[in-house]
Design a protein around this ligand. Structure first.
Ligand SMILES: *Cc1c(COP(=O)(O)O)cnc(C)c1O
Length: 385
């Protein structure tokens, strides 16, 4: 099909012209901190495996044992025969960690968001979304058919003004935000949003993909404040600090039962492999047993922002905004020449004109390397995170 390949080439050329073409680079096995790319060993500052648990001997062993005991795959969707006993254990553990009645594990974070939102909101409902909310939430919002309104990033007053003008003409309202913003590393004002939700009879959902394991003593962003923020819909992923794969929702028993009945990405998709679930359980064991270890990525991020003269880190994610896409690519290349792997994040992942380096911290990164990176960023990139 000539027209097909031509279409693909045109689209790619268009992207390349804007410095926005992406490609997948093979990244060799390493220890999670050192990675091999194009034959060179680099220090990685771009993984979301904040606690390096994907490499932890106990986590790997748990995965191997589960594969041995239950097999390599789940064999069917969870509603058929794919819900092996490890699922029950993991869901109880997640619910307990998040202080919720129940939990439901999905195939991935993306599948969770695209399943949960349409299961709760539809035509005639109001959906308020932070403007920086992850692509999977935007996708879920579109699939839902609800009226979607975007509020300025972390702007509670703007969200309130939208509720003032829109709440009355909609049946239900759902407010959706990230707990820790994935590209900016800042925290959502969850206490204020939960009060707002209460006041307007709106349901609050937070995506804690980057919070679980690393903030709030490992319990996530709702637990950073004291008392914790009351969030009836706590969503997240097992594929970042938990070091494995899968998504989850913690909520009331009724809400979770509703997911089993209405979330299409759960119902029509195969269960996760037993090894993946076993790894997540083993990771939770480590996080719960050793809160000091869970605190390391944030401590390292704060050491870095202090030395690099950047705003104080609120999470293990530190953005160094450089503006233009090509400037971000150049800065990333310069760091690679110095032995550091830091990816340039460009539109459409982030808004136009805010291309950046996204530096993430990991419990296993040596402090000397962090100090050297801070030095280079301060003297050769600067930026205004
Ligand atoms: C990574 C991410 C997801 C998707 O989770 P996966 O398990 O990788 O599919 C969803 N939301 C946010 C905020 C994320 O950063």
């Amino acid at each position: 099909m000539l027209s097909l390949d031509q279409f693909a080439r045109e689209k790619l050329t268009e992207r390349a012209g804007q410095n926005l073409r992406r490609s997948i680079v093979e990244t060799g096995p390493g220890d999670g901190v050192h990675v091999v790319r194009n034959g060179r060993t680099l220090l990685s500052f771009c993984s979301n495996d904040y606690l390096n648990l994907s490499q932890h001997p106990a986590v790997k062993q748990a995965a191997a044992n589960a594969a041995e005991k239950y097999g390599a795959g789940a064999g069917a969707s969870r509603l058929v025969t794919g819900s092996h006993p490890l699922y029950t254990q993991l869901e109880q553990r997640l619910a307990h960690l998040k202080g919720a009645e129940a939990a439901c594990v999905f195939g991935s974070g993306y599948l969770a968001n695209t399943g949960i939102i349409p299961a709760l909101a539809g035509r005639g409902d109001l959906l308020l979304l932070d403007e920086l909310a992850h692509a999977s939430m935007t996708a879920g919002a579109r699939l839902s058919g609800a009226d979607v309104h975007v509020f300025r990033h972390n702007d509670v007053a703007h969200a309130q003004s939208l509720l003032d003008s829109e709440r009355g003409t909609h049946r239900h309202a759902l407010i959706v935000t990230e707990g820790v913003f994935s590209m900016d590393g800042d925290l959502a004002p969850l206490l204020q949003l939960s009060q707002l939700a209460e006041q307007y009879d709106a349901w609050l959902m937070s995506d804690d993909a980057h919070g679980i394991g690393v903030v709030g003593q490992g319990r996530g962003s709702a637990f950073v404040s004291s008392p914790p923020a009351i969030i009836p819909l706590q969503m997240g992923t097992l594929s970042k600090a938990i070091g494995s794969y899968g998504g989850y929702l913690c909520g009331s028993r009724d809400v979770i039962d509703l997911m089993h009945n209405r979330a299409r990405t759960l119902i029509y998709s195969t269960g996760l492999p037993p090894a993946v679930i076993a790894a997540a359980i083993a990771a939770l064991d480590i996080i719960e047993a050793d809160p000091d270890y869970a605190a390391l990525p944030l401590r390292k991020a704060r050491d870095f922002t202090r030395s690099a003269n950047l705003p104080f880190a609120e999470s293990p994610i530190v953005p160094v905004k450089v503006g233009a896409a090509d400037a971000a690519l150049k800065a990333a290349q310069m760091l690679e020449d110095e032995g550091f792997l830091v990816v340039a994040i460009r539109p459409p992942t982030v808004p136009d004109g805010t291309a950046r380096l996204r530096i993430t911290f990991n419990a296993a990164q040596p402090d000397e390397d962090i100090a050297r990176l801070a030095d280079i960023v301060r003297t050769r990139i600067g930026g205004h995170a």
